[in-house]
Design a protein around this ligand. Structure first.
Ligand SMILES: [Zn+2]
Ligand SMILES: [Zn+2]
Length: 153
């Protein structure tokens, strides 16, 4: 089992459990959307999820995709990431939250381990007595690939 299969399995187990607790069923459409996001292993926009799930199931409609992503988010199976002005979805990181670095050129999002922000948090608390809410913290910038393609950026 590779890493994506493994995280898909974990996400499925969690989804089934959470859905059942709240009285929902894991329907084939919901399962499809879950596996599309899990297999990608990246952050996906709604239209991308729609495109890929429609390929596997031609009767899929965008409203179902929206509803399902929203449902999974509410169950903490998926995490919503704002990239630019668009929302993206990824499987909730079972190892704990992570932050994101978002490239302003290619709009890719890269995961950032929260330990990088621990010192920042401590400094704000110590110097200003300010408790930062870093839950949805993203850093925007230019990724290494785009820097080499556009050295002037
Ligand atoms: Zn980039
Ligand atoms: Zn992420």
């Amino acid at each position: 089992m590779n890493r994506h299969e493994h995280s898909l399995r974990q996400a499925q187990d969690k989804a089934v459990e959470n859905l059942r607790e709240k009285g929902y069923r894991l329907t084939p459409q919901r399962l499809l959307i879950l596996s599309v996001v899990a297999e990608s292993g990246v952050h996906m926009g709604v239209d991308e999820v729609f495109r890929l799930s429609k390929k596997a199931y031609p009767y899929m409609d965008i409203a179902t995709v929206y509803r399902t992503l929203h449902l999974f988010k509410g169950l903490d199976v998926m995490t919503e990431v704002a990239i630019g002005d668009r929302l993206h979805y990824e499987l909730t990181d079972l190892g704990g939250r992570h932050h994101h670095m978002v490239c302003q050129i290619c709009h890719n999002a890269f995961n950032l381990n929260p330990h990088y922000l621990e010192e920042f948090r401590r400094a704000l608390m110590q110097e200003f007595g300010f408790e930062p809410d870093l839950e949805n913290f993203t850093v925007s910038g230019t990724c290494s690939e785009c820097q080499s393609k556009h050295p002037e950026a």
